[in-house]
Design a protein around this ligand. Sequence first.
Ligand code: 13P
Length: 282
Amino acid sequence: MLENAKKIIDKAYQNKYALCQFNINNLEWTRYILEECQQNNAPVILGVSNGAAKYMGGFHTVSSLVSSLIKDLRITIPVILHYDHGDSLENCQKAIDAGFTSVMIDASQYEIDKNIAITKSVVDYAQPKVIVEAEVGHIGGEEDDVIADIYYAKVDDAIRLTKEANIDLLAPALGNVHGLYKGEPKLNFTRMKEINDKIEIPLVLHGGTGIYDQQIKKAINLGISKININTELQIAWSKAVRVFLEKNPKVYDPRKIIQAGEAAIKECVREKLILTGSANQA
Ligand code: 13P
């Protein structure tokens, strides 16, 4: 069921495991992720970017889709429906009004005072029913076809944003990027520890694709309680679908084509649930 997100995320933070945020793109992805998380008894966060929300028809469509699948598939694990990289108060309000239980306001492209002010306006609207994640520094890489540079989070800014805007989760930019890494991911763990020691709220690691397993484990020990994974599932799904189409050039039933990626998505989801320790935490 769509549950109180704060309780679920705080439990992860206190017990040193991380919830996985898997980004969804359509009905099938949502179903595969929900089924696999149910199978592994893991609470889950379904992430929806602006691009994905638009692609699926809008916030109401996504919210109804998720609630209906939870009902029809008899999903009993906690599910958080999260607006990923919300770009304005107005859009965050729309997501909340449509039934999302968690929103991210990403005002990280602005200087810190403006970031705090925008974030605070979302917090005022969202809490206590809906939790709010904010970004400090700027996470680089590619998402929804936009390419951005990295700006490392400053500890003082992280403290200010957390305290002054009273957010529930903080996503600091620490060398993590959206999409694929060029070479080895280089995360600033010293800064992560400093931020975690000073602010004591759950931290979020964006750009989960391509970060090494040992780095993920280390990050969880330093307060990371939510890990966002998107590209890895897209790659797994498209690879499997390509192989299927090459072997079956005469198939045209879209259900068969889309479904060719089901096992690949589920395998990827299962691996992450085990790695992050969220399996069996529902
Ligand atoms: P990846 O696409 O790199 O996994 O990042 C996902 C993400 O951080 C969504 O906010």
